[in-house]
Design a protein around this ligand. Structure first.
Ligand code: AHN
Ligand code: ZN
Length: 333
């Protein structure tokens, strides 16, 4: 008799436990979708700003110059100091005019053993010509590229610093691509091909640093430091990676950065993400500004001009982009 009681009692207990667990699962399912896998760290915009400035302090980072070599060393050392697994990809790439560019893609990996990965990228080279400057005499002057080059890299370095202190659940690969901005200059009379841009990215997409490399998605940060920048949903990003656009723009909105990330379509931009999409077939988006204040549209009045210096960089924009992308990454599991 005693034994039966015991069996019934434990069966009841078991059942209660199971249903209780089921209830728990049900009630937390929705929260789990929204709650981050782990809490994202706080993006420090002063730190990011310093990483932008450190690059600009080298001077223009044009391929085949000593400033470019020195900055490449700095970037690889920085990633390593944050605990990333660093791979360098050196390549001789052919520019629109036949110039051979001694290029270096720099890859920093966190959680390298994990198959679940996210790819974050930016270009680190700067344009050899201020060919969009109002002053024609400046058209052959190399730009400092505080926004166009250093800003995306600066934001990713700050993210790398934070990931080194507390890793996200998934693996993250940060790639600093070279030779993005050696695309055919405006003043060139010959043919203008879109493949003259993003040479480092095209090389990597054909020759990834790891055999059969893959990632869930990719995010490109291009010119993410401009004062009052507005990021519209770029067309190729919509075409290749609509769900990623949604993920990022709705995260920005939820964090209160809706005045930076505008929930409207922008233009169609030939940029590093296009080749990651087309060649490597990793669904990737571009966070890139559209300046609707000027009638020209474009990426801001300082784009490809000698004015692209530290004066155009705003910590608040770095923060909006950095915190948004951080939260997206830490939300992956
Ligand atoms: C073109 O101007 C064709 N694409 C913009 C890519 C770019 C240049 N991003 C930064 N500099
Ligand atoms: Zn550029």
């Amino acid at each position: 008799m005693k034994k039966y009681y015991f069996i019934i009692a434990s069966a009841t207990l078991l059942f209660a436990c199971a249903s209780c667990r089921m209830n728990n699962n049900k009630s937390t399912a929705k929260q789990a979708e929204e709650a981050p896998a782990i809490k994202a760290p706080d993006f420090n915009s002063d730190s990011a700003y310093q990483y932008v400035k450190a690059q600009v302090d080298f001077g223009p980072r044009v391929p085949n110059t000593k400033q470019h070599i020195a900055c490449g060393e700095y970037l690889a050392k920085k990633l390593a100091s944050f605990g990333a697994n660093v791979t360098n990809q050196y390549a001789d790439l052919v520019a629109y005019d036949g110039t051979i560019l001694k290029a270096r893609n720099i890859i920093g990996s966190f959680n390298p053993e994990t198959k679940k990965r996210v790819l974050l990228f930016a270009h680190w080279d700067t344009r050899p010509w201020a060919d969009n400057d109002k002053d024609e005499s400046k058209h052959h002057t190399p730009i400092l590229g505080a926004n166009d080059g250093a800003s995306g890299v600066g934001v990713l370095l700050e993210m790398a610093r934070l990931m080194g202190k507390k890793a996200p659940l998934i693996g993250v690969d940060i790639i600093f691509f070279d030779a993005e901005d050696y695309g055919t200059p405006e003043f060139y009379k010959g043919e203008h091909k879109e493949e003259s841009w993003c040479l480092g990215t095209q090389y990597w997409a054909h020759n990834p640093h790891l055999d059969r490399y893959n990632a869930r998605f990719g995010i490109l940060l291009d010119m993410v430091g401009g004062k009052g920048a507005t990021f519209y949903r770029e067309i190729y990003s919509n075409q290749f990676a609509k769900s990623v656009v949604k993920k990022v723009w709705s995260k920005a909105e939820a964090l209160g950065y809706g005045s930076y990330f505008i929930n409207e379509d922008g233009g169609e931009i030939t940029d590093d993400h296009l080749f990651v999409n087309r060649i490597a077939q990793i669904p990737s988006i571009d966070i890139i500004p559209t300046d609707r204040s000027s009638n020209e549209g474009g990426f801001g009045y300082f784009w490809h001009t000698v004015s692209d210096n530290m004066d155009v960089i705003d910590r608040s924009t770095l923060k909006a982009v950095g915190q948004t992308v951080l939260e997206v990454v830490y939300n992956e599991k």
